[in-house]
Design a protein. Structure first.
Length: 501
C-alpha cells in the first residue's frame, strides 16, 4: 500500500474518530434533567407561543424570537435537547465545509485539525456547549453565511448570506458583529488569495454591500412588521434590542455601571479598528485566509466581551474563527510563520478567559456521572444529585402542580426555577418567568398588578432568591396560607376570601 493511500485512510479514520468523540461528549445532554434556568425560560416562552400568547407583550425575555420559536416547535425539553443535538452535528459539518473552502482540499490535515478543534470545543461542558443556548444555535447560520459569502460570487449569494447573518442575529444580538466582520472583509477580497479561497469581484463592491445589507435587514424588518401588527412593537424593540444595555449594567448588583461601560467598549473597539488597519496596510503580504480569520476573530471577540459577564457560553462565538486558525499548523516549512497565528490567538483566548474570570464547568465528573449511571454503576438518585440538590424537588413540585391545577390555570414562582413552568405545563401570572427579570427590569409594580388582578391558586417561593420584594411578601402573608415545603421550595395556597380581587 503506497504512502498516499495510507495517509488517506488515516485521515478518514481521523474524521470517524472525531465524530465518535463528539457523540460521546454530547450524548449525556439527551438524558440530563431539566434544571438549567435559561432553557427553562426558553421552554416556558415556547409553551406560551403554543398557547397563543404574543411574545414580549404577554410573556417576557430579553432575546430576539428565534430561540423561543424553536422551543415552541419542540414543545418539550427532551425534543428541544434533541433538536440542539442534531443542530450541533449539522454545525460541525458546515464548519468542515467552510474549512475546505478556506484551505486547500488536498491538504487534509488543514481540514482535520480545525474541524477537530471546533467539534471538541463546541461540545465541551466547560463552555456549556452541551446546553441549548442562543450561541450554540446561532453558529450554524453564521458559518453557512460565511460559506455562501465566500463560495458564491453571484448577487443571490450575497443576498442569501445576508439573510443567514440576520437569522443569527434573531437568535442573539451579538451575532451582528460576525456580519460586521463579513462587511469589513469585503475590502480585502479585491485580489485572489491562496489556499482555495475565491476572490469576490471588487467592481461590484457597492452592489455586494447593498445586497448583503438588504438580505440582513429583511428578516428583522419582517419581525418588526409582525409585532407591529400585534400591537406590541415597542415591547419587542425594547426587550430584544434596547433593553439589553441596562440589563448588561445590572451584572454584579450594579458593579458594572452604564457610565463605565462605554469606555470599556470604546477601548475594545479601538483595538479592533487597529487590527483592521494593520491588516489593510500589510494586505499584499497576507493571504485571504489570514485576513478572514483575523478579522472574524477580532469582531467575534469584541462581541464575546460586550457585556463583561463571565458566562462561558459567550466564548462559543469566537470558536469558528479561532478553530480555523489551526489549519495553519498543517502548512509546510516555507510558510512556517503561519503556525504562530493559532498560538497567538490561543494566548489571547487564555488571557481573556483568565482576566475576565470566566466561569467553567468540569468535564470529567460530568461525563463520569453520566456513563456510570448508564452502565448501572451509579443509582438514578445519585446521578440526579450531581446537578444540584434542587433537581429532585424541582420534579416533585412540577408533579404536584400538574395534579393540583387545571391545564389552563396559571401559577406564580418567586425565584429562579423557570423549568417548573415548563415541567408543570403551566404559564406564569404576569410576563416574567424568573425573579431576576422582575428585579433587573423593575417589574415590581407590573407583577403586583398581575397578581392582584388574577391571584393564582398556587404560589411558589424558592429559597434561592434572597433579594427583597416586600410587596409580594405582604401579599402572600395577607392572602395565602403555607401548604407544603418540598426541600427548598415552599408552596402556598390561596385563601378562599380572595377567589378574585
Amino acid at each position: 500500500m503506497d504512502g498516499k493511500r495510507l495517509k488517506k485512510i488515516f485521515i478518514s479514520s481521523g474524521f470517524a474518530l472525531v465524530l465518535l468523540v463528539i457523540l460521546l461528549l454530547r450524548l449525556p445532554s439527551l438524558f440530563e434533567p431539566f434544571t438549567y434556568a435559561d432553557e427553562g425560560i426558553y421552554l416556558t416562552l415556547g409553551q406560551a407561543v403554543r398557547k397563543g400568547l404574543v411574545l414580549y407583550r404577554d410573556i417576557h425575555d430579553n432575546k430576539p424570537p428565534m430561540l423561543y420559536l424553536i422551543a415552541a416547535l419542540a414543545g418539550s425539553f427532551p425534543l428541544y435537547r434533541l433538536i440542539h443535538f442534531l443542530w450541533s452535528f449539522t454545525t460541525i459539518f458546515a464548519f468542515y465545509k467552510l474549512a475546505q473552502l478556506v484551505f486547500n482540499k488536498n491538504n487534509k490535515w488543514a481540514i482535520l485539525l480545525p474541524t477537530t478543534v471546533f467539534a471538541i470545543l463546541t461540545s465541551l461542558h466547560t463552555l456549556e456547549g452541551n446546553i441549548a443556548n442562543a450561541e450554540n444555535f446561532m453558529l450554524l447560520p453564521i458559518i453557512i453565511g460565511f460559506f455562501i459569502f465566500l463560495k458564491f460570487k453571484s448577487l443571490l449569494g450575497y443576498f442569501t448570506a445576508g439573510l443567514l447573518f440576520s437569522f443569527a442575529v434573531l437568535f442573539k444580538i451579538p451575532a451582528a458583529f460576525d456580519f460586521a466582520a463579513a462587511l469589513v472583509f469585503i475590502f480585502f477580497v479585491t485580489k485572489k488569495g491562496n489556499y482555495q479561497l475565491p476572490a469576490l469581484p471588487a467592481g461590484r463592491l457597492i452592489t455586494n454591500y447593498f445586497l448583503l445589507l438588504v438580505g440582513f435587514a429583511l428578516p428583522i424588518l419582517l419581525t418588526i412588521l409582525y409585532f407591529s401588527s400585534k400591537g406590541t412593537l415597542p415591547q419587542y424593540l425594547t426587550a430584544a434590542f434596547s433593553q439589553n444595555l441596562p440589563y448588561l449594567s445590572s451584572w454584579g448588583g450594579g458593579n458594572v455601571k452604564m457610565e463605565g461601560l462605554p469606555l470599556l467598549l470604546i477601548g475594545r473597539a479601538l483595538a479592533v479598528l487597529l487590527t483592521v488597519i494593520l491588516l489593510f496596510v500589510f494586505r499584499k503580504n497576507l493571504s485571504l485566509a489570514v485576513k478572514l480569520i483575523i478579522v472574524w476573530f477580532s469582531f467575534s471577540l469584541f462581541a464575546t466581551l460586550l457585556s463583561s459577564r463571565p458566562y462561558p457560553h459567550y466564548l462559543i462565538q469566537i470558536l469558528p474563527s479561532f478553530s480555523l486558525a489551526f489549519g495553519f499548523l498543517a502548512f509546510d516549512k516555507t510558510k512556517k510563520w503561519l503556525k504562530s497565528i493559532p498560538v497567538f490567538l490561543g494566548l489571547v483566548v487564555v488571557v481573556t478567559f483568565v482576566s475576565f474570570r470566566f466561569w467553567y464547568y468540569p468535564n470529567l465528573s460530568y461525563l463520569t456521572n453520566f456513563y456510570q449511571f448508564i452502565f448501572g454503576v451509579k443509582p438514578r438518585q445519585e446521578y440526579l444529585n450531581y446537578f444540584g440538590g434542587h433537581t429532585q424537588s424541582l420534579y416533585e413540585t412540577a408533579a404536584f402542580l400538574r395534579t393540583h391545577t387545571q391545564p389552563e390555570e396559571k401559577i406564580f414562582i418567586w425565584g429562579t426555577l423557570p423549568s417548573l413552568y415548563s415541567l408543570a405545563e403551566r404559564l406564569p401570572v404576569g410576563r416574567y418567568t424568573v425573579s431576576y427579570h422582575i428585579i433587573d427590569f423593575n417589574g415590581y409594580q407590573e407583577t403586583m398588578a398581575a397578581l392582584t388582578n388574577n391571584p393564582p391558586r398556587w404560589l411558589i417561593v424558592t429559597q434561592d432568591e434572597k433579594r427583597p420584594f416586600p410587596q409580594l411578601m405582604n401579599f402572600i402573608e395577607d392572602n395565602y396560607t403555607f401548604f407544603q415545603q418540598i426541600r427548598e421550595i415552599k408552596i402556598f395556597h390561596r385563601l378562599p376570601k380572595i377567589s378574585r380581587l
